[in-house]
Design a binder for this molecule. Structure first.
Ligand code: NCD
Ligand code: ZN
Length: 342
């Protein structure tokens, strides 16, 4: 008999872009309605890089979550810059982690770090205060090699700061999975799309702007390595959707913004994938347990989310209350076998 329902305990999205303003109002409910929490990326314009801006952003997120605000915990991050020990200590009670973007490698990363070496005092303070470091690990080299070229920097950081918990965000390569296994203080997130697609899906036929993100999807053997680790229940691999909405005109015009909007399909599409491979029982670890164990998260809202085997068709787009802001979700128009029980 096939499974007809599946209950997930405290699902957490460990890498989520909620944006601000009208876009925030439009997209926040797609995550807040089916997750116990999410790690909120700080790459707004200007970036969230002070306690004050973090707290006010958290309030705007709460407001956008409406009735789900009590059941969905935004785990807030600061955009990496050089912070003093005092600044970080003051932020610590409200802060989940600091997110590092190398300068200019992705959306809104103009304020990113230019020299990792010059940031030693900040890393030391984070290590002392037990604040995790989340890293967008890409260089500005050739697009297919950016993640691989960054791996030695992860290794150096892992060795230099052995008590700093470092997350390799949205890994896309077999080589990254191998580095993950070499250091105790490294963990990783992986997105839904990188478990499903390769560069061929993005650019092998007609160019697919809604599959374009940073890091770009790689080779079949990379996807296989990521999928293999996720399906095997790799304890340091966590679901981080990197759901990154951009208005439709910014994706479909000339000069496509990077980011895949996967929030509306995240859990159903993962359930389908894990079920296809006969390892539905491994989903709980991937969507929550690995992250809670790694980060020792104890105050996540006790939320159970049930998925039902009832098919639905993913909308072609979602439009905000202003009637203008429109986003196209991952898998738009596709019929999925699992849905989240409302
Ligand atoms: C993200 C965004 O749009 O904010 N884009 C993306 O392609 N993933 C930024 C990021 O996480 O790199
Ligand atoms: Zn991201």
């Amino acid at each position: 008999m096939t499974t007809q329902s599946l209950t997930l305990d405290r699902p957490l999205d460990m890498h989520l872009h909620l944006r601000d303003g009208e876009m925030l109002s439009l997209v926040a409910p797609h995550s807040a309605s089916c997750l116990a929490g999410a790690v909120i990326m700080p790459n707004l314009v200007p970036p969230v890089d002070s306690l004050e801006s973090l707290l006010s952003y958290r309030e705007r997120i709460r407001a956008a979550c409406g009735a789900d605000a009590e059941r969905f915990q935004p785990l807030m991050t600061l955009f990496f810059r050089e912070y003093s020990h005092e600044e970080l200590a003051a932020a610590r009670p409200h802060l989940f982690a600091v997110k590092l973007y190398p300068h200019g490698v992705t959306t809104n990363s103009e304020a990113g770090v230019r020299s990792i070496e010059s940031a030693a005092a900040t890393f030391q303070a984070m290590e002392e205060l037990g604040i995790p470091l989340l890293v967008h690990g890409e260089t500005s080299g050739f697009v297919m090699d950016r993640e691989r070229e960054f791996l030695p920097i992860y290794e150096r950081l892992a060795r230099q700061y052995p008590r700093l918990k470092i997350t390799m965000e949205h890994i896309t390569t077999k080589a990254a999975v191998e580095v993950l296994d070499k250091y105790e203080n490294l963990a990783a997130t992986v997105t839904l799309q990188h478990l499903l697609i390769t560069l061929d899906d993005v650019a092998g036929g007609l160019l697919q702007p809604h599959l374009f993100c940073k890091p770009i999807a790689k080779r079949p053997e990379d996807r296989e390595a990521l999928l293999g680790a996720a399906l095997a229940g790799h304890p340091k691999l966590m679901m981080g959707s990197d759901s990154a909405p951009h208005p439709r005109h910014a994706k479909e015009g000339c000069g496509c913004a990077a980011g895949v909007y996967s929030a509306p399909v995240l859990l159903p599409r993962l359930a389908e994938l894990f079920e296809e491979h006969g390892v539905l029982e491994k989903l709980q670890g991937f969507v929550s347990d690995h992250a809670r164990a790694w980060h020792d998260l104890r105050n996540v809202p006790a939320r159970q989310v049930t998925l039902l085997k009832e098919s639905w068709t993913v909308p072609m787009n979602y439009t905000g209350a202003d009637g203008v802001t429109t986003v196209v979700p991952f898998e738009a128009g596709r019929t999925l076998p699992w849905r989240v029980r409302p």
